[in-house]
Design a protein. Structure first.
Lengths: 232, 232
């Protein structure tokens, strides 16, 4: 069995949630039957969205330092619980000896295998992910729908980065209500599924809050990592 | 600031819970203000209780291998989210260059600082911890009360290791009811506080379930690690 590395810290809450998700995809009756997992949670990695928008330092050197810590500690395959960070994955892969499993590739696989009737995806994600055209590049066969500029700012970014937002530790009614309104707009505009396109989104928005499938790339990544680790 | 290492895997659920507790003791408005944490979760570390009871392999070599992985990855100070494993801490310390923070020492400090009227502690923990006299050795100034042999087996060990127990992933009514009955007996026998003396216990038993303080050495360890990391 391979050792799974989590290149986290972007942010710590999402890293914790992904560790939990990963364990939930790795059921075992005895401790000793679980997979070996190493979590590297360095919150000092520069903000991914800020850099994509031209307002902050390049996060790649810090991501590579984290990858190297995982490598020397013994990780074989690595997942990154931050969708925006996937914009930088090609550069990270190029400069690291580790095998990375992409959440976007895991998602494309899951869409092909399971969500065969879904052709249009409404994305709830950071402005960085939007500007980076992450989903458009990775999923060229799907219509990718985004909130308009006003809703992206006042609903989605506010739910994630606001004072009462998820990154400040809130998972309750305030960010949930903002994200529900954004999802409603996307569904009204033709989205057949909503993508929790930033690891913070599903900390507040749940499947029961909307009436189309809520797709969480982190669950798809966790399932792919466990499959890959058990194979080797 | 120092980097915190979590020497986990004993078991993964308790490791996840400790990571969560640690983050809750490290509040921050921005990701970048959090502490750097590395979690090593190797569930293959041999069962601590089994070895203490003379029925299984020595866990120390595997614990030292985990400690070494944390060291090369960059951890400065390390906590172990498994009380029974603290029996082996002196041997681990002797053979590792890392600085370990003991949950038992953190607990003694918290008792002295905060729980000044508590003189007798009722312990809910594994048979291994009981046999190892972990609490008796670390807290010589306190009366240490244990469930009788029958209750230790049918209530406490069943709640932790049983088919419907916590290590098999259950946190609901079955283990809770077993632990509440064990706590009741201890309180009736004179315990002024109940110690969640195994990391699995507080996954099912909560403060609201009993009418004396429920002391969780893992919370005390988390607070001590954060203090120490912010100092350096």
């Amino acid at each position: 069995m391979k050792t799974i590395g989590i290149l986290g810290g972007m942010g710590p809450e999402a890293t914790l949630e992904f560790f939990k998700t990963l364990l939930s995809y790795d059921p075992a009756e005895r401790d000793q039957d679980h997979l070996h997992i190493i979590v590297e949670c360095d919150p000092a990695i520069p903000d991914r969205t800020a850099h994509i928008l031209g307002k902050g330092a390049d996060p790649v050197p810090a991501m590579l330092a984290s990858a190297e810590r995982l490598r020397v500690a013994g990780a074989d395959i690595v997942g990154i619980p931050c969708m925006t960070a996937h914009h930088f994955l090609p550069r990270v892969k190029e400069n690291s000896k580790l095998h990375f499993v992409s959440a976007l590739e895991a998602m494309e696989q899951a869409l092909r295998d399971t969500y065969t009737k879904v052709n249009s995806l409404g994305i709830l994600a950071t402005a960085g992910t939007k500007a980076a055209k992450l989903y458009e590049s990775a999923l060229p066969r799907y219509a990718i729908l985004w909130p308009n500029e006003e809703e992206q700012k006042s609903l989605v970014m506010e739910a994630i980065y606001g004072k009462e937002g998820i990154k400040a530790g809130n998972r309750g009614e305030i960010p949930k209500a903002l994200l529900k309104r954004a999802a409603r707009s996307l569904i009204d505009g033709g989205a057949q599924a909503i993508v929790a396109g930033c690891t913070e989104v599903p900390l507040a928005l749940l499947q029961r809050d909307i009436d189309v499938p809520l797709l969480d790339p982190m669950h798809m990544l966790a399932a792919a990592l466990v499959r890959e680790a058990r194979k080797g």
